[in-house]
Design a protein around this ligand. Structure first.
Ligand SMILES: Nc1ncnc2c1ncn2[C@@H]1O[C@H](COP(=O)(O)OP(=O)(O)OP(=O)(O)O)[C@@H](O)[C@H]1O
Ligand SMILES: [Mg+2]
Length: 264
């Protein structure tokens, strides 16, 4: 595991903030009249090469919003994010070259085949054709989708669609991999393929950020953990330090009780 304090962090998130305006309809669903939601509220953390950093938080904690800001899909209102030395606001195109945003919720265009979409995405990133072919072969084999690569996405099973979207998100061989809820909705066999893949990426020296609310996933793969409650980072430690005295689950619930207690 890399403690990394002496190295430059490849991902540096500093004091980022994001608020959303809540529609009237959403206010009714939320049973809350608040018009503004502080989804991410002054959040900071760093991640290093060769490590898997886990963002742990309950539903609505701000995990996806944070990852979307790292991947340049939305911009932070305040604070800054640097990826591989590039700033997400000033150098968004450079950031996109070195970040892969993987999510089990990515919906692929159903009319096209995984093979076509992989090539399309690789072309967007201007990956040379020979490199594209080698990477496609490798990733499609890895995720067991080689035999399905010429079948339209709309005709694939849910798991197969998810695996295809993961392979396609990795087409440009990103250095920093941001993975929102990596095993959500996957069966145990597919989830294992994905967790083994994360460990492989780590071995290659990449920097991986995963968001999850699943304690066992964090315990299995993560070197460091950041616990997010209500858009704020409330603890950020190497996992062995965080769990020296208590289990991760106990650490989380104790922090949660103390923070919610503060609010009440
Ligand atoms: N586009 C949006 N418009 C309005 N509110 C939003 C939007 N995106 C997120 N939110 C709100 O911001 C908060 C944080 O959402 P986010 O999706 O980041 O949480 P999360 O930690 O990923 O949760 P989950 O575990 O459910 O995926 C939530 O209250 C959510 O309802
Ligand atoms: Mg989410």
């Amino acid at each position: 595991m890399i403690e990394g304090k002496h190295m430059e962090a490849v991902l540096q998130v500093k004091n980022i903030t994001k608020t959303f305006t809540i529609s009237r309809k959403q206010q009714i669903i939320n049973r809350n009249k608040e018009k503004i939601k502080d989804a991410v509220d002054g959040l900071s953390f760093s991640a290093y090469d060769g490590e898997i950093y886990g963002l742990l938080g309950s539903n609505g904690a701000g995990k996806t919003t944070t990852l979307r800001m790292i991947a340049t899909l939305i911009a932070p209102e305040a604070g800054s994010i640097q990826v591989c030395g590039w700033d997400v606001k000033k150098d968004a195109n450079e950031v996109r070259k070195c970040v892969g945003f993987l999510t089990s919720e990515l919906k692929l265009e159903e009319f096209f085949t995984p093979s076509y979409l992989f090539d399309f995405y690789s072309d967007l990133h201007q990956i040379p054709k020979d490199v594209q072919a080698t990477r496609k072969e490798f990733l499609f084999n890895k995720f067991g989708i080689k035999d399905f690569q010429e079948i339209k996405v709309g005709e694939l099973s849910t798991g197969m669609k998810q695996k295809a979207s993961l392979a396609i998100s990795m087409a440009h061989d990103p250095h920093v991999i941001v993975f929102d809820e990596p095993t959500n909705g996957l069966d145990v066999l597919t989830a294992k393929v994905v967790t083994d893949f994360l460990l492989d990426l780590k071995k290659q020296g990449k920097c991986i950020i995963v968001s999850t609310h699943i304690f066992s996933l964090i315990e299995k793969v993560c070197d460091r953990v950041g616990i997010i409650i209500d858009g704020k980072m409330v603890q950020d430690l190497p996992i062995h330090e965080m769990c020296q005295v208590k289990s991760l689950e106990d650490v989380f619930f104790d922090l949660y009780a103390s923070k919610v207690g503060e609010v009440l």
